[in-house]
Write a protein that binds this ligand. Structure first.
Ligand code: CO
Length: 135
């Protein structure tokens, strides 16, 4: 039986450079790369953590999903991402189970992956990302 891989844990931050310094010190390693995800208006820094990653998210616009989250809740855990082999079939299965997704279609995430989100109402108060590997 295969298990579901934890792809990443994402933390919303106000200042990416400052947060990278803090997490480099915590982890004892430099960040593994940066990316700008234009559709989400977010700058990301990654830390490789063996089989999964830590992502730091800094919004580039106040009126963006992460910008609104920061204004409402302040910095902190933003979402957890689980890897799925096929995002369409995962969405179909979850909607079939009566769970609420954020938006209809998958969208482009970091690293060329396709992503979709389960609403926190449907997943124990945590925003849950489904993440399909780039192929
Ligand atoms: Co993510």
């Amino acid at each position: 039986m295969t298990h579901t891989r934890l792809e990443h844990v994402a933390i919303a931050v106000e200042d990416l450079d400052a947060a990278v310094s803090v997490y480099s010190a915590i982890l004892g390693q430099p960040d593994s790369g940066r990316e700008f995800v234009e559709p989400e208006q977010v700058r990301i820094a990654f830390f490789d953590l063996g089989d999964s990653r830590l992502e730091l998210l800094e919004p580039t616009a106040e009126d963006s999903p992460v910008g609104r989250f920061l204004r409402r809740r302040g910095p902190g855990l933003h979402h957890i991402a689980l890897e799925v082999p096929d995002i369409e079939s995962a969405l179909e299965r979850l909607r079939g189970a009566g769970l609420e997704t954020v938006g209809e279609a998958p969208r482009r995430g970091a690293s060329g992956r396709r992503v979709a989100f389960l609403h926190p109402r449907s997943s124990g108060g945590v925003l849950l990302e489904l993440s399909e590997p780039a192929r």
